[in-house]
Design a protein around this ligand. Structure first.
Ligand SMILES: [Zn+2]
Ligand SMILES: [Zn+2]
Length: 163
């Protein structure tokens, strides 16, 4: 008979999604079902994707495991409130970590081995999106962050420090 901890890890095994960068140097595993998936169209996402936006999904920080290529991972402060990681060899964006969600990490969903495992539920920072960016018509759109963002006071839609 499996004990409780065995069945927990079997369960974690079932939901584990893996992914990695374009060159294959960096590999990771999400050890819980990712949640809170959405598009972001901020200018940083435009720069790092070279496109009109990116999809991110979220897990708790301790559920994000680097399996390979830790030494290939670069990091930069992408805003006053967050940092991003990427593969230093191929440039693939990997994660965002923000100050107001210290125990969570956002994963660039296009790096999942099977991106069909997630589905975006909203569009953020649409005010910064280029006019040629197609939006999913049935999803809610927010000019910046959502007025209910974990870690921010209700109604606050910007995470940066005020100018
Ligand atoms: Zn790479
Ligand atoms: Zn963004």
């Amino acid at each position: 008979m499996p004990n409780a901890s065995n069945s927990d890890s079997a369960n974690a095994e079932e939901v584990a999604l893996e992914g990695g960068c374009a060159c294959g140097a960096v590999r990771y595993r999400l050890e819980e079902k990712p949640y809170d998936t959405g598009w972001c169209h901020c200018r940083v996402c435009q720069h790092v994707s070279g496109s009109g936006g990116m999809v991110f999904t979220t897990v708790h920080h301790d559920r994000y495991r680097i399996l390979a290529g830790e030494d290939h991972i670069g990091r930069f402060a992408s805003t006053s409130f967050g940092s991003r990681t990427f593969c230093r060899t191929c440039g693939s964006p990997l994660t965002i970590h923000v100050r107001h969600q210290p125990d969570e990490i956002d994963i660039a969903a296009g790096t999942l081995d099977d991106p069909e495992e997630i589905a975006p539920a909203y569009h953020l920072y649409t005010a910064e999106a280029p006019s040629w960016m197609p939006m999913m018509a049935f999803l809610p759109r927010y000019k910046a962050l959502r007025p209910k963002t974990r870690g921010l006071e209700e109604g606050v839609t910007e995470a940066g420090s005020p100018p």
